[in-house]
Design a protein around this ligand. Sequence first.
Ligand code: NOJ
Length: 748
Amino acid sequence: MKAVRTLILAFVLVALPGCQGQKAASTVGTDAAVEARIDKFLSQMTLSEKIGQMNQVSVGGDVSNYADALRKGQIGSILNEVDPVKVNEFQRISVEESRLGIPLLVGRDVIHGFHTVFPIPLGLAATFDPALVEQGARVAALEATAQGVRWTFSPMLDIARDPRWGRIAEGSGEDTYLDARMAEAMVYGYQGRAADTTSMAACIKHFVGYGAAEGGRDYNSTFLTERQLRNVYLPPFEAAVKAGAMTLMTSFNDNDGVPSTANTFMVKDVLRGEWGFDGLVVTDWNSMGEMIAHGYGTDRKDVAKKALDAGVDMDMMTYGYVSHLEELVHSGAVKEAAIDQAVRNILRVKILLGLFEHPYVDVDASAAVQYAPEHLAAAQRSVEESAILLKNNGVLPLEAAPLRNILVTGPLADAPHDQLGTWAFDGEKEHTVTPLKALKERFPGKVSYVPGLTYSRENRARFDDVVAAARRADVVLVFVGEEAILSGEAHSLADLNLKGSQSELLAALKATGKPVVATVMAGRPLTIERDLPNCDALLYAFHPGTMGGPALANLLFGDVTPSGKTPVTFLRTVGQVPLYYNHTMTGRPYNGETLLDDIPQEAGQTSLGNTSYYLDYGPYPLFPFGFGLSYTTFSYSDASLDRDVYGKDDTITISCTLANTGGRNGTEVVQVYVRDLMGSLTRPVKELKHFERVHLQAGESRTLQMQIPVSELAFYGQDGMKKVEPGDFQLWVAGDSDSGEPMNFCVK
Ligand code: NOJ
């Protein structure tokens, strides 16, 4: 956590309105002073007090229920208390009534905002805008810390290539590079770029491989090789560690037979040894205890020992450490030095957060911080940048003036709880602005509302009421998708089509001949191919959060031009899982061969095509990674590289001219992909290596210069070493992962 210290001690406050003026309260001193302070505590602590620091408890109800344990120093951290009065009371008992006065670390799942809820993380990733994502995380920290929360269990860095997995909602999608940039942004945002009482420790999770759950069923086993881990799944974690992430959570899954909470190689060798992480490692909720169900430990004592041996510092909700470590030390099975090390890691976080100096929150000030206008504005902008325009036959943007009757329909048009998405514990539906509410406010007297379906899974044979309303309307705005409950933890799905009669609703609306504009709110990329013909335009908003309504109204009516891009491949059918853009190449790449409908009845084996694809669905997704339309058009020209040949320490400079060739101002997410044509291993067909958002006025063009250090092309090869392998490469500059012409270069 050296980086944290440097970061916390040296940086200036991030320039977010609302955090300006916060005083830097760091009194932590130098590394040596911090460690000396920890040494002093360790020399004073009893074994039981040390083990108490390693115990995290989810609290609820009356504080007095925990008073005895707090006084005895048996709890080091609590989670799930956000009432500032109660948080202060928890801290008061710990600080004033326990022997050593060590404050608690107060944790909470603040995943995409605290009270002001931002788009789900998958939606945030669609912005391709780390600066904005950092701002969102800062807002979350300002609001949460104002109520006493100083530790969030975010960001989730699990690469997810299977949309059946409900937790795809909580991460940045399928791409390692995009995930790593979002990881850094969130760490900076939560922890702040200067230490003060608004710093909230980030917890990078779930370590590791959790997103590769077999079959997309949550909690399921994974079978990732060490090479896949190092090349695909670990880089976001490493980037977050470098950015100064103070804590990390082990995952529920076992990878190749080893449960993460007992994975010594990953925690001790890779995380701590190779990356130098000296932060706090916490289990997931009862993931220590679940090792018994995995069949990896006989009882709580056994799994407590295994977790400690692996280097896990804190136990979330197994009560394994607090119940058994003392006994394990006395029997000689566990060394007290291992406990000292864990306590050291925990106390270091508490010291760096300034908790000893500032254990309490100002209760009177906390309410004013919540839903501050600048927080709502940042949330709204995040939706405006994250919604992805997937289809537009020209109906969008809507021109308001000629519209007399706007029909708003669909189960997600006015679902204030559901548009917040998964993991929005502290979001309040009373503060949520739905599309219906925003549109009614914007166009008084012009909006009619007939829901058609009251919830996504409702089945209905006839839509007489909504069809009649559509016939009277000038335009139909239909909001479909899935409720918050259908994604997130433990909410995996096997069928990703729109649920219930939503597709039938779209078809019935389309049959009226009126323009139909669909907006999808969902926690994952749903398989919407069959619905596309039934709408004239489609905007994919994921779950947009508190300010979804006004942001979507701005997008639909052209105040803002869509700029979001798919952070994950959109599939035609769930049977294509897994299908992601940066796969390695087979020995038989698809070559435009026969599809099912073209197969003659009498066809023999050899006439079917001999390459890698599905006979019924071909090789392609519905929308590739990085895709998104705009209300304007962009053209790329004059792309070139500064050299043909680079050394391993060089930097590649890419030039290209981007022109806004349409009639509206707009923002393009320029993406650079690289392919390593031959290696000691088969290499991905493309890998994102750079992106940037470029805003251009209508008709404007700009020459861009982008740089990629050659060292970014390194990977773990056949010999297990990370290096750039010399040879030929291709590079694309384009608006999505499926466009552009390759340029060639060579690394010597
Ligand atoms: C279980 C989840 O897997 C994890 O992401 C979360 O942070 C903890 N529960 C705490 O709520």
